[in-house]
Design a protein around this ligand. Structure first.
Ligand code: HEM
Length: 320
């Protein structure tokens, strides 16, 4: 009979994709279940204030287009005309203000200029920049630092649009994935269930012979959340030891006599349960990672944009 080391309280389930508070396995307190019937009224930042910001953004776009076609610039529209300078200054100011959302996000205040209002204005005024920024160029694009600034602006805007898509679709998948037979479960409950299963597998494996016990030991030692950001976001864990343990145990079992109360069978059932739970939990982490992943493009591209914009403004005033 083999004795397995029992170390489920090592706290090795914490992952980078999840916040410390929500996933720490150190506190074994009974995890709360979310009531299915708890419904809250929720106004999205996309429709905030009766669509105030998309109306304003459309107004900005219409005025920009109208002035572009009504104002006669000779020989043709370009960034260096008085109209071009005006649009460029508005665009530059807008970009600096949009960047301030990063600061605003970290300061909570309710009311008219709540974070929801800011985000709503951010999204729609950010989109209006497509018009303001492009009309500023007068469609004079080429291989230079000015066009680089415009291209980076478009990249930030497109990544923002992707962020909206992610925010609009993933939370639904996230909550659908969190349901089990008894209702919605939290991430913390899932982690606690993995720990409980680990304890049960450990106990059920005690009667196994050393060879089989070693297989279980290897699977219990695995940090089931270890893996790169890429693995998490693709939900692919090729060296999953729980899966390997199920396969290896089945193979071993073929060479063992069948018993009435077979410990192999009990362990295998528990391992299969753990596998299903891990699939759910890893899907949860995958969705959560996608909710953050687009910001890894949006924010660095914003900094690159500010750098290119500074070079653009500097070169316009000092070299032209
Ligand atoms: C040049 C234009 C833009 C700039 C410079 C910009 C910049 C930023 C910055 C600095 C943040 C804060 C990120 C953080 O600290 O976590 C942010 C967040 C965000 N941006 Fe933009 N952005 C722009 C355009 C857009 C557009 C057009 C959209 C949508 C269509 C958009 C959607 C968002 C969203 C949804 C957030 C996250 C809000 C949150 O996490 O609560 N952005 N943006």
């Amino acid at each position: 009979m083999a004795t397995l080391p029992h170390t489920p309280d090592k706290g090795d389930f914490e992952t980078a994709a999840t916040s410390r508070k929500s996933t720490s396995t150190r506190a074994p307190s009974p995890a709360p279940r979310v009531r299915r019937d708890k419904v809250t009224s929720h106004e999205s930042f996309l429709t905030y204030g009766n669509g105030r910001w998309w109306k304003i953004a459309i107004g900005v776009a219409v005025v920009s287009f109208a002035s572009y076609f009504l104002i006669d610039v000779q020989p043709r529209h370009n960034g260096g005309s008085w109209y071009g300078y005006t649009m460029g200054t508005i665009g530059f100011g807008l970009i600096l203000w949009l960047t301030l959302l990063g600061v605003r996000k970290r300061a909570m205040t309710p009311g008219r200029w709540s974070l929801k209002a800011w985000t709503s204005a951010h999204v729609y005024l950010g989109l209006s920049l497509i018009v303001v920024g492009t009309l500023h160029t007068g469609f004079q694009l080429g291989w230079n630092v000015h066009t680089l600034a415009w291209a980076l602006m478009m990249l930030v805007i497109l990544s923002g649009l992707f962020g909206i898509y992610v925010y609009a679709t993933l939370p639904k998948s996230l909550s659908a994935n969190r349901f089990d037979e008894e209702g919605a479960i939290t991430e913390k409950v899932m982690i606690e269930q993995v720990r409980q299963l680990d304890r049960q597998i450990h106990d059920a494996a005690q009667p196994l012979d050393p060879e089989a016990a070693a297989i279980i030991e290897r699977s219990l030692e695995e940090n089931v959340f270890a893996g790169s950001f890429l693995q998490r976001i693709r939900n692919r864990y090729p060296s999953d030891r729980t899966r390997a343990a199920v396969v290896e145990l089945r193979q071993l079992r073929n060479f063992r006599p069948r018993l009435d109360d077979d410990p192999f069978e009990r362990v295998e059932t528990l391992l299969t349960k753990k596998e299903a739970l891990l699939a759910k939990l890893r899907r949860h982490l995958q969705l959560k990672s996608w909710l953050q992943a687009w910001l890894y493009l949006h924010v660095p591209a914003t900094f690159a944009l500010i750098a290119a914009l500074s070079a653009h403004v500097f070169s316009v005033f000092f070299y032209w």
